[in-house]
Design a protein around this ligand. Structure first.
Ligand SMILES: [Zn+2]
Length: 515
């Protein structure tokens, strides 16, 4: 199995590869072609044959490019006849030579292993790039939510990325138990990193889903003609459902009838008991607007977030860390309330909203919270407790590293993908992402400098020409009011200036013209 993807986090690889996975390649072996060799693009069909010594994290990574399966080769051979073949070949004498190392370059050629016209089921492990054909393998790996199912490999493992020994043991025991009690046609499972802390019931559900998927694939393969795609990896909607859906969701709403049917069909396979929660949205109002999603997205990319009490957060993402500042704003305790109580209430409200914003914005890495200073230790503990309770619902692992007496909290959150801001936004082209532009006052002084230079260049010719100045309305306003002196000095250099205020001009820009 391909190990070139190893450095990627599994979730990341899945996301970034998503787009290209829609394509699929078909290969025709056999009938008219003499040798289904390199020219046909089948780079190494059996190279990846895993053995029992296979390192445990490999399949998880390798499973990510799981793409589409397709039945290969036009031939009169029924597909079922070829089914057991891949394993026999992998285990049979030849390929075992030298202990079968993955680095072993002396592999049998493809013609030793495949007969012309033989029908096999393969998976695309790597998309074709430029002139290089797709890498295909007969060792199917199907990723589920917590597991990767490998129908052709009798192996049970746990992703190497799960570090805790006791958790690894627990998962291994569980999966072995489930494998022994469920009706599984063949093969083994690897627990993915997402499987940490997962219950037996959830694991079992994933096993059932994967086995059903595999049986469907086999059934389809038998019915279809060769060189047909028999299974495609999940699309975006399905991947979201697979990775996020749980009992916590009250409803799944969708505004497309076609997608609705797909979702019902899909949930029926992965979590049948939740299928009634899928609802078709038919009203005229756009669905994202009706449920306030658009408004939330707009809010989630702005730095300032208002709290119900009138306080607010300011969220700033920098290269190194995310800083979240809590402010009381206009919120001051009514009458009898002590300031300390007001502050504590704001902080309590703030930490709940902060956790929500962290999830909404997908903020990761180091996150520093600057809460409002609280005097009493008791209150600090209360806020800390609320923060940690709120973080418990976050699917991404977080860790609060410190909470000092001045209300400064340092925490980390696992970065799974780019933040919402980085996904939806590009740096502002006006300020190059600085978030600031020159003030009207500064621009006025720049105008003055320019006027002085121009005046010198004209050498007292000012009487013959009318100067016009095209500027942003804010700058024009400043010149006529607070920066009146500047305008006077400019007119000393250039004579009377005709000011043309134009909202289309960038605030930092100006144009002198002489007619
Ligand atoms: Zn800007």
């Amino acid at each position: 199995m391909e190990s070139s993807l190893e450095p990627y986090d599994d979730a990341e690889a899945r996301l970034t590869d998503g787009g290209s996975r829609a394509e699929f390649a078909t290969r025709r072996g056999g009938r008219r072609r003499r040798r289904p060799t390199k020219t046909s693009g089948a780079e190494a069909t059996t190279e990846a044959a895993p053995t029992d010594e296979m390192p445990e994290a490999e399949p998880e990574v390798a499973s990510e490019p799981v793409v589409e399966e397709l039945a290969v080769a036009a031939s009169p051979v029924v597909s079922s006849a070829a089914k057991p073949a891949p394993r026999e070949r992998a285990r049979g004498g030849r390929s075992q030579r030298g202990g079968f190392s993955r680095r072993d370059r002396h592999q049998p050629t493809i013609t030793d292993l495949l007969r012309e016209g033989q029908e096999i089921l393969v998976q695309i492990a790597k998309e074709p790039i430029a002139k290089k054909g797709a890498r295909i393998t007969s060792h199917i790996a199907l990723p589920g939510r917590f597991l990767v199912y490998m129908p052709t490999v009798e192996h049970v493992g746990v992703s190497r990325k799960i570090e805790s020994d006791s958790e690894r043991q627990r998962l291994r025991k569980l999966i072995t138990l489930i494998r022994g009690t469920e009706d599984i046609p063949s093969g083994g499972f690897i627990v993915r990193t997402a499987g940490v802390g997962i219950s037996e019931a959830d694991l079992r559900e994933d096993v059932r889903y994967l086995v059903r998927t595999w049986l469907d694939i086999r059934a389809t393969a038998e019915k279809t003609k060769p060189a047909t795609m028999v299974h495609k990896d999940l699309d975006l909607v399905q991947r979201i459902l697979r990775d996020q859906l749980s009992d916590d969701f009250a409803a799944i709403r969708v505004d497309s009838e076609e997608e609705y049917e797909n979702i019902v069909e899909f949930i029926n396979r992965i979590q049948p008991r939740l299928v009634k929660r899928v609802k078709l949205y038919t009203r005229d109002r756009p669905i994202l607007e009706a449920y306030g999603v658009q408004a939330e997205i707009d809010k989630a990319i702005k730095p300032r977030v208002w709290l119900k009490s009138g306080g607010y957060l300011v969220i700033n993402q920098t290269e190194a860390l995310v800083a979240i500042d809590v402010n009381t704003g206009k919120f001051v305790g009514r009458g009898s309330g002590r300031l300390e109580d007001t502050i504590t209430r704001t902080n309590l409200e703030a930490v709940e909203e902060i956790v929500r914003q962290i999830r909404l914005r997908d903020l990761g890495g180091i996150i520093v919270l600057d809460l409002i200073d609280m005097e009493e230790r008791r209150n600090r503990q209360k806020v800390m407790q609320t923060l940690q309770d709120a973080l418990r619902n976050d699917k991404s692992p977080t860790k609060v590293l410190s909470f000092n007496d001045f209300g400064l909290v340092i925490m980390t959150r696992k970065r799974v993908k780019q933040s919402l801001e980085r996904t939806l936004c590009a740096p502002c082209q006006y300020c190059q992402g600085a978030g600031l532009i020159k003030s009207p006052q500064t621009v006025c002084y720049e105008l003055l400098e320019e006027a002085r230079t121009l005046g010198k260049a004209m050498n007292g010719d000012k009487a013959n020409k009318q100067a016009t100045l095209r500027i942003h309305p804010e700058v024009a306003k400043a010149l006529r009011s607070s920066e009146r002196d500047v305008l006077n000095e400019i007119e000393e250099y250039l004579g009377p200036v005709d000011i043309n205020s134009d909202p289309m001009v960038h605030q930092e820009q100006f144009d002198f013209a002489f007619i």
